[in-house]
Design a binder for this molecule. Structure first.
Ligand code: HPA
Length: 273
């Protein structure tokens, strides 16, 4: 048995000791977007530091625990705090929680993130449904020996984000009166925000938003055969002509403001699973 499979066995055995029920979906929450946890009926909370083979998150705004909970009538596994490439972790480690979710039965993965807008029609506080991504600036987490029992060597990526969930999310947003954008997310390594020239480049290659997460997790979820839905909160606009200095604090503040809408969309989508 491969090292990865052995680790997954250890991790899932540890979690199953604490929770024996089924899991319908996994949720990974982005910077400043942890408030969804307030809507959860918590069944079990497990600190990352207690979970075998789990890394520990180091970023301000990420609390670092796995929560088993009921949301929208379904049992979900929520990662409050994610792992980023800029923290120094291997892409395989960053995406390890997604493998764990799949092993525990999650068929769908929901992700949120804070992102910089490069679409001129976007403003700070907008929500964007991710309908495609560009992963070329960050290492692919599937590089290395392929574990055939987890997924195929060359996964298809023509529909990384579920068209069905996107359509449902748009209907939910419309019903609630939310103005929700849709677009392409580019993943970069961070931790620096982009230079003006880099934001221009990102816009030119066809992206609408840029951020430091999500894409590696989505690739591993698709490798494992999961359906994926992801949304960005636009926390800054990278292509403004005027002075546009971005701080982590501003990103967290903008995320906080848009969060209730995002939470509603996630909850209603999960209700409909
Ligand atoms: N660039 C990259 N990552 C980000 C940004 C940005 O402008 N805003 C929030 N996360």
């Amino acid at each position: 048995m491969s090292e990865l499979l052995k680790k997954l066995e250890d991790t899932t055995a540890y979690i199953k000791k604490q929770y024996q029920g089924n899991i319908s979906a996994g949720i990974i929450l982005g910077s400043g977007l942890g408030n969804l946890t307030k809507e959860l009926n918590i069944i079990k909370e497990i600190s990352y530091s207690d979970i075998p083979h789990f890394p520990v998150s180091t970023v301000v705004g990420h609390s670092g625990k796995m929560i088993v909970a009921e949301l929208g009538g379904k049992n979900v596994l929520v990662m409050s705090g994610r792992f980023h490439y800029y923290e120094g972790y291997d892409p395989q480690l960053i995406t390890y929680p997604v493998r764990v979710m799949k092993q525990l039965g999650a068929q769908t993965l929901f992700l949120s993130n804070a992102a910089g807008g490069v679409n001129p029609g976007f403003k700070v506080g907008d929500l964007m449904i991710i309908n495609d991504h560009i992963s070329f600036f960050t290492p692919n987490p599937l590089i290395g020996k392929n574990e055939e029992s987890l997924g195929t060597r060359f996964p298809d990526m023509t529909e990384p984000y579920s068209k069905d969930l996107i359509a449902k999310a748009k209907a939910i947003a419309k019903g609630a009166g939310y103005d929700v954008k849709e677009g392409v997310y580019v993943a970069v390594t961070g931790p620096t925000f982009e230079t003006k020239a880099e934001y221009q480049l990102i816009k030119t290659i066809g992206a609408d938003a840029v951020g430091m997460s999500t894409v590696q997790e989505v690739i591993v979820a698709k490798h494992g055969g999961m359906s994926v839905f992801a949304m960005s909160v636009i926390t800054d606009i990278g292509i403004r002509e005027d002075e546009n200095v971005i701080t982590h604090e501003e990103v967290l503040a903008a995320a906080k403001e848009a969060e209730p809408k995002l939470t509603t969309i996630f909850r209603k989508l999960i209700e409909g699973l």
